[in-house]
Design a binder for this molecule. Sequence first.
Ligand SMILES: [Mg+2]
Length: 227
Amino acid sequence: MPVDLIIFDCDGVLVDSEVISCRAHADVLTRHGYPITPEQVLVRFLGVSERDARLMVEQEIGRKLPDDLEQQVNAATLRFYASDLLPITHVAAAIGAIDLPKCVASSGTPEKIRHGLSCAGLYDMLAPHIFSASQVARGKPAPDLFLFAAEHMKAAPERCLVIEDSVPGVTGAHAAGMTVLGFHGGSHCPPGHAARLRAAGAGVTFDDMRRLPELVRQVAADPELLA
Ligand SMILES: [Mg+2]
């Protein structure tokens, strides 16, 4: 399979942001009278949209949370990014070692993606090829964002290789007709995550970014690797 484009997810693939999002979420909920730790947020709300997480809490406490709760979580996340966000270990070297066109396709807002990549020192390596779910009708797990990114980068979907860390992301890339490598090395990944990514359509899973350049070469040379 010739590879013409590498599409990186952002959260959990380029930046180790899930733990920080959980801390921001816990911080805001605790402030509004629902004491919860970042670890509990991770277990209860991983892969749950912020809206659904809010409904679960509201049902439990029997009252409404503030209308702007999601904005408050977002603002707290961006504040924590500036002080604490790290790139995924070895990802900068991996990006530098892959001599192919690359882009980012993320569920975050354009501001959040830019801020995160900048804080982690990766923005200049990938800009301006950064695509946000806010540019398409349906976010992941729909294939829209991946197809949108491929079209803008002038690559055929079947020649795109996607690096994803979440089940909705793997599902969306697979639905777009792309090959997916599942990454499970982020500090948020629970046990058994690799198997979940494979079940969703990731042909190969890995947990160390130092392996990525060689995996890309292998996939390009031998598609049977993914059979
Ligand atoms: Mg992700």
